[in-house]
Write a protein that binds this ligand. Structure first.
Ligand SMILES: NC(=O)c1ccc[n+]([C@@H]2O[C@H](COP(=O)([O-])OP(=O)(O)OC[C@H]3O[C@@H](n4cnc5c(N)ncnc54)[C@H](O)[C@@H]3O)[C@@H](O)[C@H]2O)c1
Length: 344
């Protein structure tokens, strides 16, 4: 039954206790939604959302999305999935199950309760791209049997399921292809490049670069990314995506390390190690579609001042500003880099 009385929107965020999910829960609460965070706490933690628990409009449910879920909601953001190679390769079978069974369970729920559903997909669906920069119509170059495949192919299959539910059952779907995002509450030891380099620099340890460091990446501030997800969810029903969300500013990994060393004043040296298998050499989103349909542009160039809100953000700043600084990224840094300095 569709509710026709005026209450807060009931929004489910799977993976809501993780890095991106916790910021999204904050944003949705600030927007006046009733938020249900569903998480099995595999990589997420209660610390990420502890500051939200006192709110009467926030609820944490410990649940694994590979099992069916029966709740009443109006919108679903499906973020549950370990996102860093260290985490998703820990139990690759469970990673694929989380993407595929998780998608089936959340799509089934959306179908039952007629909810709109958004999938947090990834730039990894492009694999090691032969097309650069990447547009949404590029089908990708993914190894189906490598050690990263549990994540890449799981996410690709989830996209397929979303579009089949859309075609077959007329479900309202949204698919976001998220590129590298950084900000408070990133896992400090998950092996992702930004957190790795910052930690190594702050400890004056050698900074590990895989290969020659000429592979490129782009980095989006978490506030911008969350704003893009909310805009996508609120976009017209006939807009499904997939849509790239990321910052098109591009760095080589070596440049990134050098900039982090300069900003932190670190004594770290660069050390070079062999490139892991299937590590993409280039990654940069074309975001014309997001600009045109969502009126979304990542406003921040790459800065250490990640608590600065995006001018494109429509959310009230009160709660969000208060909550900054609760993130674990703050705890790892006795010598936190100065705010607002441009990396570009
Ligand atoms: N952070 C990025 O740069 C990035 C880039 C591309 C895509 N994404 C996608 O965004 C989503 C969130 O990524 P993140 O960086 O916040 O990662 P994260 O590991 O911090 O968050 C993932 C969350 O999902 C939860 N989870 C994992 N398996 C689950 C399961 N079976 N049932 C319920 N909960 C489960 C974890 O406990 C965690 O809280 C992921 O789907 C990821 O693929 C992230």
């Amino acid at each position: 039954m569709v509710r026709n009385y005026n209450l807060r929107k009931r929004v489910l965020v799977t993976g809501g206790a993780g890095f991106l999910g916790s910021h999204l829960c904050e944003r949705l609460l600030a927007d006046g939604c009733d938020v249900l965070c569903v998480d099995n706490l595999f990589t997420g933690t209660k610390d990420n959302i502890a500051h939200l628990l006192p709110s009467a409009h926030f609820e944490l449910m410990r649940h694994d999305v590979t099992f069916p879920l029966f709740v009443e909601v109006d919108e679903i953001y499906n973020l549950a999935c370990p996102a860093s190679p260290i985490h998703y390769q820990h139990d690759p079978v469970q990673t694929t199950k989380t993407s595929v069974h998780g998608a089936i369970n959340m799509l089934g729920l959306a179908k039952r309760v007629k909810a709109k559903i958004l999938q947090a997909s990834t730039s990894e669906v492009y694999g090691d791209p032969k097309v650069h920069p990447q547009t949404e119509d590029y089908w990708g170059n993914v190894n189906p049997i490598g050690t990263r495949s549990c994540y890449d192919e799981g996410k690709r299959c989830a996209e397929t399921l979303f579009f089949d539910y859309h075609r077959q059952y007329k479900l309202k779907i949204k698919v976001a292809r998220i590129f590298n995002t950084y900000g408070p509450r990133m896992h400090p030891n998950d092996g992702r490049v930004v957190s790795n380099f910052i930690l190594q620099a702050l400890r004056d340890e050698p900074i590990t670069i895989y290969g020659e460091g000429n592979q490129t990446r782009s980095f989006c501030c978490v506030d911008d990314l969350v704003d893009g997800l909310v805009r996508l969810m609120n976009s017209p029903d006939d807009f499904t995506g997939p849509v790239n969300l990321g910052n098109p500013g591009e760095f080589t990994i070596k440049e990134l390390a050098q900039k982090i060393i300069a900003i932190t004043g670190s004594k770290s040296q660069l050390v070079f190690q062999p490139l892991p298998s299937d590590d993409p050499t280039q990654r940069k989103p074309v975001i014309d579609l997001a600009r045109r349909v969502l009126d979304w542009t990542p406003a921040l160039r790459w800065k250490t001042g990640w608590s600065e809100p995006s001018p494109t953000s429509t959310a009230p700043t009160g709660n969000r500003a208060q909550n900054k600084g609760n993130g674990r990224a703050d705890h790892v840094s006795p010598r936190r880099p100065p705010h607002g300095r441009d990396f570009q």
